[in-house]
Design a protein around this ligand. Structure first.
Ligand SMILES: [Zn+2]
Ligand SMILES: [Zn+2]
Length: 283
C-alpha cells in the first residue's frame, strides 16, 4: 500500500502547524470556584491580586461585592451590570441562601449547574455568534453525558436530592430539570466535558464548559494544549497535526500553562514523554 494513504503519513499536509491556534473559545457557561469568589471578578475572571494572591496589585481597585448574595465580586460596574442582565439575577437569591447554609455540598459544581439551567431556560443551547473562532455549531445537547453510568451512582443521587430545592427556584415549571433523569443529563454533560480555568500562574480560579473544544480527545501524549486568557480558552498545536479529528489535548491545565510560557519565550524539547525545560524555566 502506498504510504501516503496511511492515517499518520508525513506527506499528508498538516492542517495545523506547531504554534497554530486551533480554537479560541468563550465558555458556554463558567463560574469562579467557591474559594476564589472573593479574589476574581465573577464576570471576566480578572483578579487584582498577585500570582500568590497575597498582594493587591497597584492601580487595580478592589473587587466590589454583590450586596444581595455577598458571593459574587466584580472588577467594575460594567461587569456587574452585564452579569446581572445576562445570568446573575435569577441565581442571586439562591446564592445568598447558599452562602448562609451549611449545606454546601460540591458548591463549585452547583454554581455551574445553575448557569446551565439559566442558559437552557433561555433556549440558548449553542454558542453566541463570535464566541468561538473558528465558529462552531456544536450545542450543549450534543455533548457526551455518560448518563447510563452516572444514573445509578449514589453520589449523583445525593447531589440531586441536596440541590433539588435550589434547582426548583430557577426552573419552577420543570421544563429543564424536572427529575433525576434530566438532572443526570445536565450534570453528566458538565462532569464529562468541564474544564478547570486557570489563571496565568496555573492557579485554578474557575470551571467552564467550552462547546467546540470539548470534541478534542484527551491523551497522555497530546499534540495540542489549552490555556486561558481570562475566561477565553486558547487551544494551540504543539506539533504538526494532519486534521481536526486527530487533535488530542492534555488533561492538565497546569501542564498547558507551563507549555504556553515555553512556546512564547523559550525553546522546548520533547523527550518521549517528559517536557524538558530550559534552566531558566524550572518545571
Ligand atoms: Zn470584571
Ligand atoms: Zn448576587
Amino acid at each position: 500500500m502506498d504510504g501516503c494513504e496511511t492515517k499518520k503519513d508525513p506527506c499528508r499536509p498538516a492542517a495545523y502547524r506547531l504554534g497554530d491556534v486551533i480554537y479560541r473559545s468563550q465558555p458556554w457557561v463558567y463560574s469562579v470556584l467557591q474559594d476564589t469568589a472573593p479574589l476574581a471578578c465573577y464576570r471576566c475572571l480578572r483578579t487584582p491580586f498577585s500570582s500568590d494572591r497575597s498582594v493587591q496589585l497597584q492601580n487595580k481597585p478592589p473587587l466590589r461585592r454583590c450586596a444581595q448574595c455577598k458571593f459574587a465580586h466584580y472588577c467594575s460596574q460594567q461587569c456587574q451590570k452585564e452579569d446581572w442582565t445576562d445570568r446573575h439575577q435569577p441565581e442571586c437569591k439562591i446564592l445568598s441562601k447558599l452562602a448562609r447554609s451549611s449545606d454546601q455540598l460540591s458548591l463549585d459544581v452547583l454554581l455551574i449547574l445553575l448557569k446551565i439551567i439559566i442558559r437552557l431556560k433561555k433556549e440558548q443551547i449553542g454558542d453566541e455568534i463570535g464566541a468561538c473562532s473558528p465558529p462552531s455549531a456544536r450545542t450543549f445537547n450534543q455533548l457526551m453525558s455518560h448518563e447510563d453510568e452516572l444514573k445509578g451512582s449514589p453520589g449523583v443521587v445525593m447531589l440531586y436530592k441536596a440541590w433539588k430545592p435550589y434547582i426548583a427556584v430557577l426552573d419552577k415549571e420543570g421544563t429543564v430539570c424536572q427529575d433525576l433523569a434530566s438532572f443526570v443529563g445536565l450534570y453528566g454533560r458538565f462532569h464529562t466535558n468541564g474544564f478547570s480555568i486557570a489563571d496565568y500562574f496555573a492557579g485554578n480560579i474557575g470551571k467552564g464548559l467550552y462547546l467546540a473544544p470539548s470534541i478534542i480527545d484527551h491523551s497522555c501524549d497530546p499534540n495540542a494544549v489549552q490555556f486561558f486568557v481570562g475566561k477565553t480558552m486558547v487551544v494551540k498545536a504543539i506539533r504538526d497535526i494532519p486534521s481536526l479529528e486527530e487533535v488530542s489535548g492534555t488533561f492538565s491545565t497546569k501542564f498547558s500553562m507551563k507549555l504556553k510560557l515555553s512556546l512564547n519565550n523559550f525553546d522546548i524539547i520533547w523527550d518521549g514523554g517528559e517536557w524538558i525545560y530550559p534552566d531558566c524555566f524550572p518545571p
